[in-house]
Design a protein around this ligand. Structure first.
Ligand code: GLN
Length: 386
């Protein structure tokens, strides 16, 4: 008899990032879909990995992450966010930010727990909640009719809290909208969680990719919020090496203890030579300090090119991404239009409906601008034809 599969994720298909990248490769289209740079990473960092391998750093490192790397991260966090984070108790190195998010949710959720998810939301959040028996409670962001930044609707967040609310998921700078949380958002959040047992999971993988002089409102800055939070980061986004799948999670000791219980029996530890190299490279602050202006130039270059098209830009103040409305071009659904753009015009994007559980469709596509100028120019040249 054949065993029967009772899927834990019956409604989940293949992630949109893979679907669109496969389609882009098939049609040799310019891929502004999945978020990754097409420019080379730093040679010195590559050399440091090489050197680490050659000098014998090829066995397991501590399951929480290389101690020197955690020390350097604690220094960085202290310098940037004035937060005192203990390298042994509060930081765990992970194979990427997505894994850190999954691990934190797995550590904390019990079946029936409700989790506030602000939509649009990165596509892994809801399956991560559901596989742990949690119930996503969806709160739509305020959609900017005037093209201004998407905003969190705190009144709706407040109204969605019940005795079963276990956790609120946040993401700043935000994928896919490029909006960033302001201090007023922090105050609203404070008002909601104080006197509750609600945890916070803050996805801050785009922490340095922030534009127009805005400040990254990391949860790490606020001890009263930090005591109930997991904050997740990515080295891939900082050092242009998304394929390395390296990240880390910061949380207070009691939370981190539970996080590590899950982590130790899943991936256990991350690759050692990359950790040795990153520990060394982290001392050069310029590489992350300059990142905002580096990416801002790309956003500006792309948006000035896009002015020659019929796409209408929505405001992006951070991340790799900018949303563009195509309402003036077509009535097709986002998915149909994104597929046609790849096949007929040779430019790949991500339909924003993929970031909504119920597939809400606002005729908006996500473009990744973390590309060489020549790539952005070639894409715009094709989009002008629409
Ligand atoms: N975070 C990237 C994005 O939003 C994709 C990562 C992935 O493909 N899993 O495009």
């Amino acid at each position: 008899m054949q065993p029967t599969i009772h899927s834990k994720l019956p409604n989940v298909g293949t992630t949109i990032f893979t679907v669109m990248s496969v389609l882009a490769n098939e049609h040799k289209s310019i891929n502004l879909g999945q978020g990754f740079p097409d420019y080379p990473m730093n040679e010195e960092l590559i050399a440091l990995v090489n050197q680490a391998m050659k000098s014998g750093h090829n066995q397991y490192v501590h399951m929480n992450g290389l101690p020197l790397l955690r020390e350097r991260l604690a220094e960085k966090i202290n310098g940037l966010y004035n937060a005192s984070v203990h390298p042994d108790n509060d930081i765990t190195v992970t194979p990427g930010g997505t894994y850190a998010i999954y691990t934190a949710l797995t550590a904390i959720l019990q079946p029936g727990d409700e989790v506030i998810v602000i939509e649009p939301a990165y596509d892994s959040y809801i399956p991560n909640i559901e596989i742990n028996g949690g119930i996503p409670v969806l709160v739509p962001m305020i959609y900017p009719e005037d093209g201004g930044p998407y905003r969190i609707d705190w009144e709706k967040v407040k109204d969605s809290i019940t005795p079963k609310t276990r956790l609120i998921m946040l993401n700043t700078p935000h994928n896919p909208t490029g909006s960033v949380m302001e201090y007023s958002d922090i105050e609203q959040l404070r008002g909601i969680v104080k006197d509750t047992g609600i945890f916070i999971l803050s996805d801050e993988v785009y922490e340095h990719l922030i534009f127009d002089g805005k400040k990254h409102e990391s949860i790490l800055r606020y001890p009263d919020l930090m005591e109930r939070s997991f904050v997740c980061f990515s080295f891939g986004k900082v050092y242009h090496c998304t394929g390395w799948k390296m990240g880390y999670c910061v949380a207070p000791p009691a939370l981190m203890k539970e996080f590590r219980k899950v982590h130790q029996f899943n991936c256990f530890t991350c690759n050692s030579p990359m950790q040795v190299a990153l520990a060394d490279f982290l001392t050069q602050k310029d590489h992350y300090i300059q990142l905002g202006s580096f990416l801002q130039q790309k956003r500006d270059h792309f948006s000035s090119l896009m002015k020659q098209t019929k796409f209408r830009a929505l405001s992006s103040c951070g991340s790799y991404f900018q949303l563009y409305s195509y309402a003036e071009i077509s009535d097709e659904t986002e998915k149909e239009f994104a597929i046609r753009l790849t096949k007929e015009y040779g430019v790949t994007t991500i339909p924003t409906s993929a970031f909504y559980k119920n597939g809400e469709d606002n005729r908006v596509l996500r473009f990744c601008f973390s590309k060489q100028e020549s790539t952005l120019e070639a894409a715009a040249e094709r989009l002008i034809k629409l």
